[in-house]
Ligand binder design. Sequence first.
Ligand SMILES: [Zn+2]
Length: 433
Amino acid sequence: MNALAVTGGRVLHPDGRVSEADVLIDADAGRIEAVGEDVTAGWEIARTLDAEGGLVMPGLVNGHTHVSMTLLRGHADDKPLESWLREDIWPVEAELTDDDIEVGAELGVLELIRSGTTAFADMYFSMDRVADVVDRAGVRARLGRGVVAVGKDEADARADLEGSLEFARTYGGAADGRIRTAFMPHSLTTVPEDLLAEGIESADEDDLWVHLHANETTDEVEPIVEDHGVRPLEYAADRGALGPDRFLAHGVHVDDTEIELLAETDTAVVHCPASNMKLASGIAPVQRLREAGVTVGIGTDGAASNNDLDLFDEMRDAAMVGKIGADDASAVPAPAVVEMATSEGADAIGLPGGRIETGAAADLIVVDLEAPHLTPAHDVVSHLAYAVRGSDVRHTVCDGTVLMRDREVTTLDAAAVMDRAAEHAADLVARAE
Ligand SMILES: [Zn+2]
């Protein structure tokens, strides 16, 4: 066995318990072989990661993002979703080249690795280039090409739909199985009824997952209620868009009937608290969703509406805004957000990982706990939700491969990635003006 050992630290177990333990990894198989004291005894260890003073925990799962949008970070702020998209984001996106998308994805994935995220779900364009970055960088992802029919004629909209299905069919299982895919209609209001139903039917024929934005703002709810006389998720269910291999981003404006529908159909929701706050979209009823039995993950959404991809930040936001939303300080507690960012997040988007246990995918990080803002350590799980930052991550491992050791990313040249991204971003914005 090509053994990788993570030694000398404490481990966050799936039940939330924290204990001193080592982790033995079969690097070739990308699997955790054993967790506990002395588990490395008797093995010839090829490489060791030092976890002393740190916590070994699952790599974080960013359930909804658009990594290439890092190029638009800070380009337009302080506007509501509709005018932000129409006035600032879509005009720039219209100028994006395939190279821009690849360079933006490199920057986004670099940021993910540096802040402890090993898996993510992404919806964008030129996804073959994003897939290439995922492959090279060593992370895990569920990728899909977004379908947007707004502003397109029938033929172009149909081409978009075919492109999304084709990408999902072609790239499923790529990068040694680290890439999985989904059919990704952008949302219930940006894809017309017939195309949505047709796309989902085709997706079902090929056993493809489905990922879409839903109930993000009231502007996405009202037109559907007006045109179809039902709530958006009833409309979605009637067109086959809900089910165990589907997940919705946002789910902010959902009523009790829709929450019940999500639970009944086993449809997951990815909560994006920072984006929802920044665009003043509203507060998702996360406590009620979880109480109803809905699987809830956490996502950053794109960097243009966040403006970073640090999932530790997002955990804190989820806990904070969850309490405000429920008017109850005990709502969305620390252990819940840690689950949402790890095991529950992995389940939401249907990727392996999220658990430090024998037989699980070797996707893990080591968080340095020896810092002023993490002292004293009364409760490590509390720290993960409320005090740890992405910059506290010491090592990142995905599929048994070390992607960052002592804050040095091994699979991407960080300085070159940042230089390239800054250059492409400047050119891009200049072209759009
Ligand atoms: Zn989004």
